[in-house]
Write a protein that binds this ligand. Structure first.
Ligand SMILES: *Cc1c(COP(=O)(O)O)cnc(C)c1O
Length: 228
């Protein structure tokens, strides 16, 4: 199957999952995760109507973006070191993986130098697995409060990566947990903080995530095939 065909299939699955959950399919945006894939694959997907692409590695993104030369929207979804923030300032429109204050401060500083502001999501390790990055559910509210006072960035919501299960339904309680945490934070009415976006769900489990309220699903393999 071509990238365009797989993309059409994923879009249809997103639509079906949204309708099954009683949601408007327009409320779920697809982030095509293009890490390790060449610029040509991004261009193929763009020609098939895909706009948002997710990347995990700063160097790879820096090399790929100028090659793509299309009006795509880049989202950064991987672990981000503060000393690399400068290299993606202004290049990405959203960072999904903000898990500590020092990183948010550096994003604020680097976007500020360009007189721009960056949309961010706070990444939460909702399962508490030690191998996963993200702030803990317990610390998330305080982290949001601390970040909210910084200029040049806007908190749009939360992101999580649940543990891997063979059965995607097993991830559902973690998706529900992220939604409940977002509702709790939202109820605090912190100035400048929005909890509209929930970035959750990947190739194996995006349907369950949509059932629990995902507004951004990050799908790689199901669109581009297995990563080499
Ligand atoms: C690689 C990656 C994805 C996509 O995973 P697939 O299983 O290929 O869909 C989503 N989110 C993050 C943070 C990733 O690193």
């Amino acid at each position: 199957m071509s990238i365009a065909e797989r993309l059409a299939e994923v879009r249809e699955e997103i639509r079906t999952a949204a309708l099954a959950a009683g949601r408007d399919p327009e409320g779920v945006r697809l982030v095509a995760v293009s890490k390790t894939r060449p610029a040509a694959d991004v261009i193929d997907a763009f020609r098939a109507g895909q706009i948002i692409f997710g990347e995990n590695y700063v160097q790879e993104l820096r090399a790929k973006a100028p090659e793509v030369k299309k009006s795509v929207e880049w989202h950064f979804i991987g672990h981000l070191q503060s000393n690399k923030v400068r290299q993606i300032a202004g290049l990405v429109s959203m960072i999904h993986s903000v898990d500590r204050l020092s990183l948010a401060e550096e994003i604020s500083r680097q976007w500020g130098r360009l007189s721009l502001s960056c949309d961010i999501l706070v990444q939460v390790n909702i399962s508490g697995e030690i191998t996963k990055s993200g702030t803990t559910a317990e610390n998330a509210l305080q982290l949001v409060r601390d970040i909210a006072v910084l200029p040049n960035l806007r908190i749009r919501g939360l992101m999580t990566m649940p543990p891997f299960f063979d059965d995607p339904e097993a991830a559902r309680p973690f998706f529900a947990g992220l939604r409940q945490l977002a509702e709790l934070i939202d109820s605090e009415d912190i100035p400048g903080v929005e909890m509209k976006e929930l970035s959750m769900g990947m190739s194996g489990d995006f349907e369950a995530a949509i059932g629990e309220g995902a507004t951004l699903v990050r799908v790689g393999t199901a669109i581009f095939g297995e990563r080499r």
